[in-house]
Design a binder for this molecule. Structure first.
Ligand code: ZN
Length: 281
């Protein structure tokens, strides 16, 4: 493959870091926005008066320390550099700032480099990168709050179908079947698990996320995605329980593992599929 010049790599990294920084805002604020929205709806349904609440969205209020509410200066808010410069502490109250911020920024940058390296600089790459970022946001939101918001999973699904329509229309029927099989497989598993054990093994967001991956990759990738994500989930879950007994019995979100398997399949899907088939035969 013909590799782009160095400046392209540098720009891709820079754009990726900045988008990672924006994802941090989405990851921390979207669940709060949704919770407020549900609360408003519940109060309206119960015919209770509206609660006064200050404006809160992705842009307002500006970045601030969650503890002392000191606004964060622009130079402390630069992706990666800001966190390193402040050594992960707030300038006002010295509270430590979560490692999530630099990690998500770094993931945004590294995913941009990986997409350019594996798919080149094309319109398809932009779509694939967009999907990788949405998966990143979903994975971290699920880890933090056990939510996979529809406002991300459903657009991811539509974008997958649009991707097939624009770039590989011969895959469109595989993708539509992928959506249906993706949703229904986990839906069936959920009900079976619930009937047998009386517990909920996963959430409805997981079905929608697997449906979205079915749109992006086609139905034939779904077994591989499930094997990868369930395998990773089992290894991480057992390790976490062995290392930290207090985690025993706590539910482990499945979304991050589905997202991880989705990245792998989006980035090196063909190689992975070849390896999988060679192991089967
Ligand atoms: Zn502070």
């Amino acid at each position: 493959m013909h590799y782009p010049p160095l400046i392209v790599w540098f720009m891709a990294l820079l754009v990726g870091l900045c988008l990672g920084s924006f994802l941090n805002v989405v990851i921390t604020r979207l669940p709060v926005m949704l919770m407020r929205h549900w609360r408003r709806e519940a109060r309206a349904a119960l015919e209770l008066d509206e609660e006064p609440s200050p404006r809160f969205n992705l842009a307002t209020p500006g970045s601030m320390c969650p503890r002392c509410e000191t606004p964060i200066a622009w130079h402390d808010n630069l992706p990666l550099i800001g966190w390193i410069k402040r050594r992960g502490r707030c300038a006002g109250c010295q509270t430590s700032i979560s490692i999530q911020y630099p990690l998500v920024e770094m993931a945004g940058g590294l995913l941009a480099l990986a997409v350019v390296a594996l798919h080149g600089l094309t319109a398809e790459s932009l779509f694939i990168y967009g999907a990788c970022l949405m998966l990143l946001a979903l994975a971290v939101i699920d880890l933090r709050t056990q939510l996979l918001p529809d406002i991300i999973t459903l657009p991811l699904l539509w974008a997958g179908l649009l991707f097939q329509l624009l770039f590989q229309p011969f895959m469109l029927s595989d993708a539509v079947i992928g959506v249906m099989v993706g949703y229904l497989s986990l839906w069936s598993f959920y009900w079976l698990f619930k009937l047998v054990t009386g517990k909920e093994g996963m959430g409805f967001g997981d079905f929608k996320l697997l449906a979205a991956l079915g749109a992006w990759l086609g139905w034939s990738f779904l077994p591989l995605i499930l094997i990868l994500s369930a395998g990773l989930g089992a290894v991480v879950g057992l390790t976490a329980q062995a290392c930290a007994p207090r985690l025993r019995g706590k539910p482990l979100p499945f979304g991050p593992f589905l997202a991880l398997a989705g990245w792998v399949a989006l980035l090196v899907g063909d190689e992975l599929m070849a390896l999988y088939l060679s192991l089967l035969i």
